[in-house]
Design a protein around this ligand. Structure first.
Ligand code: AMP
Ligand code: TRP
Length: 344
């Protein structure tokens, strides 16, 4: 391990590549916030980094869920991620609970994580409000497991949306805490954000989220997307077609058009909206067209994977085996410096 040009302790693998790790919860359908804020960013790392992506089922069980449905959700998450561009030939994709070292390292990290740091986590505060009837300890120590996910592979780069930055900073602090106490084992991981750091939901008030019912699924049929898009809130000034609006204050423009539409269409929207030359519905139809251009190849690919579950499960088993190979070594290294395994 060496320091990078920003001064962070960084790990390069035997081929001189930095490892990238990111995780996604198998809780319901992936939405365009995940696609724009996470997966399309992940894809950009495939060629120059060693990429490891994980379906984090142990994280998903910190809120109430239906055990009967979990296997299907895990499968769907694998399908959607692969369809959205995680080419299994160029990355490792696996399911967290198939590599038990994640929970083992999480326990180890529990012992070097200050209680006060965890209680400051915004996501914990939000989720303990949202799921008041089930504020379990797992929800509280969730970021410790997340730190274990990343550091188990000595990953230095973690592409995530803005909501996860605090967790990645905590993971870095945990690495430092461990290294100071026991010796230099873990890199000081850093978050890598995309341009689409925080995609808002259709309500225009909250970030797009599976649990808030304001999301557009990436595999959702076009009619169903239109049924959500048509009534969605636009710039409040545009009550009637002849009122001019301001695209920069319209959720439809800033959260969706900006990412799905080419510059010539954006220009058409800006002009039409500010000059009241077109209605919101017309603008939304153009958006729907552009969304379909991007989503329909993903839907087609997903269907191909859905029709071949054996292939999908094979990718996940191969991924878990590869992940285990690294995870076992790193856990052993950590346990050695902690005095839990005799050194020779
Ligand atoms: P989750 O669905 O919570 O497992 O999130 C998976 C990844 O998607 C994480 O990197 C999140 O930061 C990212 N993400 C989730 N929702 C959004 C959103 N509305 N905008 C941008 N990124 C998001
Ligand atoms: N907590 C992340 C989320 O809700 C998912 C996650 C779990 C993750 N482990 C991770 C993300 C490790 C990046 C790295 O989105």
């Amino acid at each position: 391990m060496k320091r990078d040009d920003k001064g962070y302790l960084t790990y390069w693998n035997d081929e001189g590549k930095i490892r990238v790790f990111s995780g996604i919860q198998p809780s319901g359908e992936l939405h365009i916030g995940n696609l724009l804020g996470a997966i399309s960013n992940w894809v950009t790392f495939l060629d120059d980094y060693e990429c490891i992506f994980c379906i984090v089922d142990h994280h998903a069980t910190t809120i109430e869920y239906d055990p009967q449905k979990m296997p299907q959700w895990i499968f769907n998450a694998a399908v959607a991620n692969m369809a959205a561009g995680l080419d299994p030939d160029r990355c490792t994709l696996f399911v967290q609970s198939e590599v038990p070292e994640h929970t083992e390292l999480a326990w180890i990290f529990n012992t070097v994580t200050p209680y006060g740091d965890l209680s400051r986590m915004t996501q914990f505060k939000q989720k303990s409000e949202q799921y008041r009837h089930n504020v379990n300890v797992g929800l509280f120590t969730y970021p410790v497991l997340q730190a274990a996910d990343i550091l188990l592979y000595k990953a230095s780069a973690v592409p995530v949306g803005e909501d996860q930055v605090q967790h990645i900073e905590l993971a870095r602090e945990i690495a430092r805490g461990f290294n100071n106490r026991f010796g230099e084992v873990f890199p000081e991981c850093q978050a890598h954000l995309t341009q689409a750091k925080r995609i808002m939901g259709l309500d225009g008030k909250n970030k797009m989220s599976k649990s808030l019912g304001n999301a557009i699924g990436i595999l959702e049929p076009l009619e169903s997307i239109w049924n959500k898009l048509r009534p969605a809130k636009t710039d409040e000034r545009r009550q009637r077609k002849k009122d001019p609006g301001n695209p920069e204050e319209c959720n439809i423009y800033t959260s969706y058009h900006c990412y799905f539409s080419p510059e010539k269409d954006l220009e058409w929207v800006r002009k039409g909206c500010t000059q009241a030359a077109m209605g919101c519905l017309e603008c939304k139809k153009k958006l729907l067209d552009n969304m379909d251009k991007l989503l329909s190849p993903i839907r087609k690919k997903a269907q191909k994977y859905k029709d071949d579950p054996e292939f999908v499960y094979d990718v996940l088993s191969t991924g878990a085996e590869k992940a285990r190979g690294i995870a076992e070594q790193v856990t052993e290294e950590a346990k050695k410096v902690m005095g839990l395994i005799r050194s020779s």
